[in-house]
Design a protein around this ligand. Structure first.
Ligand code: FDA
Length: 371
């Protein structure tokens, strides 16, 4: 097993408990660092409602099989068995009442129950296949009948992210969909940054739309652009050159009432500073506002982002090992029997809301069934 993150630890535990001898190789000194900081330290470990529609992938059907065989109820049964208290925050998102460390401790206990050997602080140099896989590490070679690559994607290099999964895929002639930062804040062009400067910290409940996807959640201004759940979600669908559309008043109107009081109605519906800046930037400076035109602009405001804040800030990596190369039942590579890819390394990227951890659990479970 390569990588002691969410997917690697869970797969190792399941395989160990099925009687496999499992060694986990991890280059960080600590396992599961992303689990510890996830969900603001409380780990949004799954979602009450998970389906393939909550994921982006070149093959939108690929995740169905693994998700059907390992559901949120299955993970919850484990969480309950460990007596970990949890709550639904919003939109089906389940968080620990206490700390994300409880999820990591649970996974480590499950690994111990499966007799899994964890080798931390172990850098992987090379992997090749003879009659078995030979993994060269700085602590010597490891020989294995099967190898599961669970080294994640490129998001947040300072937490240990590397492109090892893609390198291994390429080494075995396996296609990789170009990785890109997903669930990442979007940045303004210079011109837009000047127009919207000084609003950092201001948030509003909006609908953000991009490439046919729409998310009704909060938008947050940052010093460099836009973030907040609505924008993070939309960012996964965004590609350079595409526009982001924002409905600042989803399901509401400022048309009701007298034109003279429309300015005040807008200042009540949106944070006052944002409403005033919106009118100024969008050229609505007349004493009596042209209501129909303003209403249209409020529901269909568009911006051309300059980019995203990149892998440094992206919560996950989109793209990854092509699903066309893997068995959807076991995550085993069709071109390299015995080689499996799971978790974020695979071209299956979840929405914000516990879906990425759920993919880690479900893909780990699928691979463990094939080991
Ligand atoms: P993960 O990245 O967890 O693990 C990969 C492991 O491989 C790491 O331990 C890494 O050090 C190791 N590794 C990498 N390269 C290696 C190499 N060359 N040699 C050896 N080891 C190597 N999702 C969600 O559902 N709910 C949430 O609340 C959050 N919150 C959240 C917050 C923040 C700040 C981030 C950055 C991300 C989230 N996520 C999330 C996303 C979630 O953390 C992510 O999708 C899963 O951790 C992916 O699990 P994996 O095991 O695939 O990769």
């Amino acid at each position: 097993m390569l990588g002691a993150g969410a997917a690697g630890l869970f797969c190792a535990a399941l395989a160990g408990q099925r009687g496999r001898r499992v060694v986990v190789l991890e280059h960080q000194r600590e396992p599961g660092r992303k689990i510890l900081i996830s969900g603001g330290g409380r780990c949004n470990f799954t979602n009450l409602k998970v389906s393939a529609e909550n994921y982006l992938s070149a093959n939108p059907h690929f995740a169905k099989s693994a998700l059907a065989r390992f559901t949120p109820a299955d993970f919850l049964a484990l969480v309950r068995r460990y007596g970990i208290a949890y709550h639904e925050k919003t939109l089906g998102q389940l968080f620990c009442d206490g700390s994300a460390r409880q999820i990591l401790e649970m996974l480590l206990a499950e690994c111990r129950a499966g007799g899994v050997q964890l080798r931390l602080g172990t850098a992987i140099r090379e992997i090749r296949r003879d009659t078995r896989f030979i993994i060269q590490t700085d602590g010597g070679p490891v020989l294995a009948a099967a190898t599961v690559v669970a080294t994640g994607g490129l998001s947040i290099p300072k937490l240990g992210a590397t492109g090892l999964a893609y390198e291994i895929a390429k080494r075995f002639g396996i296609e990789v969909e170009t990785p890109y930062p997903a669930l990442a804040p979007l940045t303004f062009s210079e011109e837009d940054r000047a127009k919207w400067s000084g609003l950092a910290g201001v948030s509003a409940a909006v609908e953000a739309r991009c490439a046919g996807a729409r998310f009704r959640e909060k938008l947050l201004f940052t010093p460099r652009g836009l973030s907040g759940p609505a924008v993070l979600q939309a960012s996964s669908y965004w590609r350079p050159g595409a526009r982001l559309e924002v409905d600042w008043l989803p399901g509401a109107t400022i048309l009701d009432g007298r034109p003279e009081s429309a300015r005040r109605r807008l200042e009540m519906a949106l944070p006052g500073r944002l409403a005033r800046r919106f009118l100024e930037v969008e050229g609505f400076t007349q004493p009596i506002l042209p209501l129909k035109k303003l209403e249209a602009r409020l529901h269909h405001w568009t911006v051309l982002p300059a980019g995203t804040e990149g892998f440094e800030k992206a919560e996950v990596t989109g793209g990854g090992v092509s699903t066309s190369e893997l068995s959807s039942r076991t995550m085993e590579a069709k071109k390299a029997p015995g080689l499996f890819f799971i978790g974020e390394a695979v071209d299956v990227t979840g929405w914000l809301g516990g879906y990425n951890f759920h993919w880690a659990w479900a893909s780990a479970h699928a691979a463990a069934s094939g080991l």
